[in-house]
Ligand binder design. Structure first.
Ligand SMILES: Cc1cc2nc3c(=O)[nH]c(=O)nc-3n(C[C@H](O)[C@H](O)[C@H](O)COP(=O)(O)OP(=O)(O)OC[C@H]3O[C@@H](n4cnc5c(N)ncnc54)[C@H](O)[C@@H]3O)c2cc1C
Length: 163
């Protein structure tokens, strides 16, 4: 039975519901390959798509130390993959909120939540925020509006966990 994977394999695959892409994007990771260094914001390009060229191999991933961070996901009860997962990080460059499982183009940053958390890092700061359903996945598991709702709930829980 297959029960192990690598961080390189996960981010190279860039499944829209994968966990590690959210960690890389929120923490501002640098993806090191046999050819160059790519910041996470430039690495994830779309569904199962990355900046990697043919034959380019990830050799290392580095993460700057965040002041605090947490990841919370709402799992699909059957697959256990994230229906919506939110990684929040308080970094030297400010708050970062990365969302996986929801976007039709894969992992993305929720800038409105980041701006709110930059004002004050607390659950209250994000409690009233509603993510837009535009561009979110809709399938038999959840429609776009439900995923948008979950983004808000998971963000609040992640901020609480990070405190
Ligand atoms: C039983 C099971 C449970 C899982 N649970 C989760 C989960 O809870 N959360 C989650 O996020 N994902 C989960 N996954 C998905 C898993 O993270 C991905 O399948 C991941 O790709 C596995 O990593 P791997 O190292 O085996 O890569 P592989 O599956 O071997 O490779 C994936 C792709 O990446 C390429 N690749 C691999 N390594 C590199 C590298 N170093 N540089 C460049 N390209 C590379 C391969 O060529 C291939 O195209 C699960 C998978 C399985 C089978």
């Amino acid at each position: 039975m297959r029960h192990k994977g690598t961080i390189g394999g996960s981010i190279a695959n860039n499944d829209p519901a994968a966990d590690y892409p959210a960690a890389c994007l929120a923490l501002g990771a640098t993806i090191v390959t046999n050819k160059r260094q790519i910041v996470a914001g430039d690495f994830f390009k779309g569904l199962f798509e990355t900046a990697l060229a043919d034959g380019e191999i990830i050799t290392k991933v580095t993460f700057p130390r965040a002041e605090t961070s947490a990841y919370v996901k709402f799992r699909n009860p059957a697959s256990r993959f994230a229906l919506v997962g939110v990684f929040v990080a308080k970094t030297a460059q400010g708050a970062r909120v990365a969302v996986t499982g929801a976007g039709s183009s894969g992992v993305f940053r929720w800038k409105e939540a980041e701006a709110a958390l930059d004002k004050a890092w607390s659950e209250a700061s994000v409690a009233g925020l509603k993510a837009s359903a535009d561009g979110l996945n809709a399938d038999i598991h959840a429609d776009a509006e439900y995923r948008a709702h979950l983004i808000g709930v998971m963000t609040k829980r992640a901020v609480a966990a990070a405190r």
